[in-house]
Design a protein around this ligand. Structure first.
Ligand SMILES: *Cc1c(COP(=O)(O)O)cnc(C)c1O
Length: 423
């Protein structure tokens, strides 16, 4: 598949039917698989052979979707999960134990921030959060003896900060530490973080990859490039007693990280995606390139309109010339950023609420990255747990509106916004 261009991969990677087989990827809606002999099953349990024995670990439908996502990102393997949250959780716990430390951008998705800052902290993993515009020196200074991962977002949700992936990758690698990049908003159509030195990519597939707001899901992709040292990553490089002493880096080579995520953490945590959701996700991914183009075209037009309106204080869209992150977006996302725009109407919190309630075509929804245009007011919803100081650190104005521009006719989208801005 690797010879094809990415839009073709969206359609054809993963499932390739043989003579007489269904043209559309089938759903294997089964939790179990039968074998003729006990020894065949035993070998599966001992990781001696590849195969399916229980859907909590692996399933043929999920397997095909995982192959497609791995090809789109250019990795050696992928694992899909029940949600993006599960992907972020496993991406960290796969390499961090109690007592370890992680460096994370403070502009990450609110759900990720809570997971790290509360739940994982409570479990003994320490975090340092860096401001969105941390300099090389700031990043360097955040490293500790026990740092085991750096976590950033290509395009932050909802602040739309474009993160300098190469800068983070170079510093992390100097310390022999892995860089994990949440590539949800950019999608592999607009950015492939492995090409800039990222080691692991995570996704909430609930966003553009599915794209239709139909199926919750997540994914972890392994570049296969990172060298896991004995000193920093004993859980990948020393025997796992639960598999008769398997050493992941020896047994799985370049795919050690993603293999361990599956056979160890998916086995134990069970945050598996359902085959039905994987089927829906795959249908969505078939049109990913087409949709991302339209999302970006429409969003740029909306951003230009908002920028020219006297009712708007600020517009943030990294694809818009003059945006604070325009240059970084040109480097990392030259073909377009995403459909999400954030803007601040004049008149503060109340004006934002009034605008939201006047929208007709645009639905009020927590979701983003949907084919249908929708809007969210983070300060009163997703980020309401954050203090004013934390809001400020995440780059969120109390009046900020996050608009997820869909793929409707652009004139209908603009009419709706224009109307909601009228007093
Ligand atoms: C939505 C989102 C998540 C969480 O994904 P869920 O599928 O909702 O669990 C993680 N990261 C980013 C950037 C997101 O937008």
């Amino acid at each position: 598949m690797s010879k094809y261009r990415i839009g073709t991969k969206c359609l054809h990677s993963g499932y390739t039917p043989k003579n007489g087989e269904p043209r559309v990827m089938p759903i294997v809606q089964s939790t179990t698989y039968t074998y003729d002999s006990v020894s065949e099953m035993g070998d599966l349990f001992d990781l001696k052979t590849d195969g399916f024995f229980y859907t909590r670990l692996a399933n043929p439908t999920l397997d095909l979707v995982e192959k497609k996502i791995a090809e789109l990102e250019g990795g050696v393997g992928a694992m899909i999960t029940a949600s993006g949250q599960a992907a972020s959780l496993i991406s960290i716990t796969n390499i961090c134990l109690a007592g370890d430390h992680v460096i994370c951008s403070s502009s990450v998705y609110g759900g990720t921030f809570n997971l790290f800052n509360k739940t994982l902290r409570d479990l003994g993993i320490d975090f340092t959060f860096l401001p969105p515009d941390a300099t090389a020196q700031d990043i360097e200074n955040a490293f500790k003896e026990n740092t085991r991962a750096v976590f950033i977002e290509t395009l932050a949700n909802p602040s739309l900060v474009v993160t300098d992936i190469e800068l983070y990758a170079n510093i992390a690698h100097k310390h022999s530490v892995a860089l994990i990049v949440d590539n949800t908003f950019a999608t592999p159509i607009n950015c492939r973080p492995f090409e800039f030195g990222a080691d692991i990519v995570v996704h909430s597939t609930s966003k553009y990859l599915d794209g239709h707001a139909a199926a919750l899901g997540g994914a972890i992709v392994d570049s296969g490039n990172f060298v896991w040292t004995k000193e920093k990553y004993p859980n990948l490089t020393t025997p796992d007693e639960t598999y008769h002493g398997v050493i992941y880096t020896e047994h799985f080579g370049k795919a050690a990280y993603i293999a361990k995520a599956r056979v160890h953490l998916m086995r134990d945590m069970g945050a598996q995606q359902s085959p039905m959701n994987a089927f829906i996700l795959n249908l969505g991914m078939e049109t990913l390139e087409l949709r991302m183009k339209r999302h970006c075209e429409n969003a740029l037009k909306v951003a230009e309109f908002l920028k020219s309106s006297d009712k708007i204080k600020t517009v943030v869209y990294p694809g818009l010339e003059g945006d604070k992150y325009y240059e970084l977006a040109q480097k990392y996302l030259p073909n377009g950023t995403c459909g999400v725009i954030s803007f601040v109407p004049k008149g503060g919190f109340d004006a934002a609420v009034k605008f939201m309630e006047k929208l007709k075509l645009t639905s009020l929804a927590v979701h983003v990255a949907d084919v249908r245009t929708c809007a969210l007011h983070p300060a009163s919803t997703t980020h309401r747990q954050l203090s004013e100081k934390q809001l400020e650190e995440s780059g969120i104005d109390p009046a900020m509106i996050r608009l997820s521009v869909g793929i409707e006719n652009i004139d209908d989208i603009l009419d709706d916004i224009r109307n909601a801005l009228e007093n």
